[in-house]
Design a protein around this ligand. Structure first.
Ligand code: SAH
Length: 337
């Protein structure tokens, strides 16, 4: 007997839960904080500036969604302790992570810090907050709707391949998108829910949420589901749980949702522009000064990998949601109109 067809988002949720529970994702791909310590440091500095712009609330929740190995936060907190000790003393750490295995790795990366873990962003307590999330949204499960001549169908997974079933038209904010017959429209309901929740909160409460991820800055359609297994592109439907499944983040849709909830939005801007404005290259030069020539070269290479337009600088974007009073958050001077 063959297994019944499973909707793509349910397949992806199951596959990624198994993957993050059992594998070391970072053997399969290198994320920005694992490429250079300057990345987490710069996000720490960004958080300190956001905190001051909020009026320096004490306490303040510093939240990271999908913290992976905890590297970003370890780098951010080390810098903050030195340059903004008042912020370091005020912050309360809350991590959103579903994998017990990664929670243990995060605890080990943050010795001496009191940390509270949550399964969902909705469980983070109320209060002024600053949230950081790097490559979190791209791991959340997507649906793929396909425009037909007369309506919509939806991709399911059956026997290791795609099967089309009858589908419904996309909900807001994707309902107005032009989609040609045969084209795929991706819908990431958990990402929309996360942004809706945070935006409702940030419309009322002081705070800011910074997302860095890969995806387009203009509305675009098409299948972007991809899998990395052993560091190489692989068939996303084969051997669920053995590969990391991701899809492009639909920044224009997330932006629309945030604005409709009454939050302010900055960006998306290219990651290269964001990090450069915040001093990636100055910080890298400073770090390189105390290193051997080979280590210094590696640090400079890493900064280019994060910021160069033909590497991670343009496909990756930064976008912030914030309380409308925080219009001057740094990093968004090159905002795409
Ligand atoms: N931010 C890290 C890790 C990115 S990998 C880095 O840049 O290196 C994605 C992270 O999100 C992992 O920690 C994974 O366990 C977590 N994650 C994936 N799906 C999740 C979900 N639905 N809820 C909470 N965390 C999730």
């Amino acid at each position: 007997m063959t297994a019944p067809a499973e909707r793509l988002d349910r397949f992806m949720a199951r596959a990624n839960a198994a993957y993050y529970a059992t594998r070391d994702p970072f053997a399969d791909f290198a994320t920005a904080p694992e490429i250079s310590q300057a990345f987490g440091e710069i996000l720490g500095a960004w958080a300190a500036v956001a905190w001051r712009a909020m009026g320096a609330p004490d306490p303040v929740l510093l939240v990271e969604a999908g913290p992976g190995r905890g590297t970003l936060l370890a780098d951010a907190l080390r810098l903050v302790a030195r340059v903004a000790p008042d912020f370091a003393a005020s912050l309360r750490l809350h991590l959103v992570e579903t994998s017990p295995r990664l929670r243990a790795i995060q605890a080990a990366a943050l010795p001496g810090h009191a940390v509270t873990w949550h399964d969902r962003i909705e469980d983070v307590p109320v209060g002024p907050l600053i949230l950081l999330a790097n490559e979190f949204l791209d791991a959340l499960p997507i649906r793929q709707l396909v425009r037909t001549g007369t309506g919509w169908s939806e991709r399911h997974v059956e026997a290791g391949g795609f099967a089309l079933r009858d589908g419904a038209p996309p909900p807001a904010p994707l309902d107005g998108r032009a989609v040609a017959p045969g084209e795929v429209l991706e819908l990431c309901e958990p990402a929309l829910a996360v942004v809706r929740h945070l935006s409702d909160r940030l419309a009322r409460e002081p705070g800011a949420a910074l997302f860095l991820d890969y995806g387009p800055d203009r509305p675009g359609n098409g299948d972007t589901l991809q899998a990395l297994r052993d560091g190489r592109p692989a068939d996303p439907l084969a051997n669920p749980g053995s590969a990391d499944l991701t899809a492009h983040v639909d920044f224009p849709a997330l932006r629309d949702v945030a604005l409709s909830c009454g939050a302010a939005v900055r960006g998306p801007v290219g990651q290269g522009a964001f990090l450069s404005e915040l001093g990636l290259f100055a910080r890298t030069e400073r770090l390189a000064r105390d290193r051997s020539p080979a280590e210094a070269r590696a640090l400079v290479d890493a900064a280019h990998r994060l910021a160069a337009p033909d590497r991670m600088g343009r496909l990756f974007k930064a976008m912030a949601l914030c309380h409308p009073s925080l219009a001057s958050l740094p990093g968004f001077a090159t905002e795409i109109p």
